[in-house]
Design a protein around this ligand. Structure first.
Ligand code: CA
Length: 237
């Protein structure tokens, strides 16, 4: 990746364009702006980008169609931006290849954290954390994959087999929404036919072990109707 990650910002609302151009430039990104879907695909064909920030409601062509077109030829990270109150099928977004999504209004800090998280994930091959292949570390969590031990703030907690598998999957994908189907598939296997409540029960128990306040999770959050996410920028403790 170039020292200045190149962002293709696809956005038709001038107030957002202005704010993001200033904010993201200050954060060290290089930005090109497309104000409709056709411009976006044209710019994308002619240039190389590290990430695409894609508004859903666009003139001429919807963000969904832009996302599909880009995905037909490229694995570039895509973050979808939707307006508050807009009907968004988040499962569909992930299915057509969006890496993450944010809802307006968002804080610039949150968006930058999401962008960096997505870029980090693309830099590091999956299942190969940077520091050691056998240890996953994230915020207060530390998972020793070989010894199958888990530590929260340095104190060991006992996890059952499926809980361990679930947590390691989430820790391999911080900031990324993992759908219920993906979690069940990867932890219980694609032939799993049991009650989908099983997943919720496991998440609940994990929270009781890793969260300071399990009723208001700071790390492991629920994305309603979609799945779960290990927060890329956990709320302060
Ligand atoms: Ca728009």
């Amino acid at each position: 990746m170039s020292p200045e990650p190149a962002v293709l910002l696809v956005e038709d609302e001038e107030s957002f364009v202005d704010a993001l151009q200033v904010g993201l430039t200050r954060e060290g990104f290089r930005i090109d702006v497309a104000r409709d879907g056709h411009d976006a695909l044209e710019l994308f064909r002619r240039n190389s980008y590290d990430i695409v920030l894609l508004d859903l409601m666009l003139p001429k062509m919807s963000g969904l169609d832009v996302c599909r077109s880009i995905r037909a030829t490229s694995e570039v990270p895509i973050i979808i931006v939707s307006a508050k109150g807009e009907e968004v099928d988040t499962v569909l977004l992930l299915e057509i290849g969006a890496d993450d999504y944010v809802t307006k209004p968002y804080r610039l800090r949150e968006l930058v954290a999401r962008i960096r998280a997505v870029l980090r994930r693309r830099e590091v091959p999956r299942h190969a954390p940077a520091e050691s292949e056998d240890v996953l570390e994230y915020d207060v969590l530390r998972l020793d994959l070989d010894a199958r031990r888990c530590f929260v703030d340095g104190a060991e907690i006992k996890l059952r087999k499926k809980e361990f598998a679930l947590l390691s999957l989430l820790m391999e994908n911080p900031g990324r929404v993992l759908t219920r189907d993906v979690l069940i598939d990867r932890v219980w296997g694609s032939d799993y036919v049991g009650d989908t409540k099983t997943l919720d029960v496991h998440i609940k128990r994990l929270r009781s072990l890793i969260e300071a306040d399990p009723k208001n999770p700071r790390l492991l959050t629920t994305i309603r109707g979609v799945g779960y996410r290990l927060e890329a920028t956990p709320a302060p403790r």
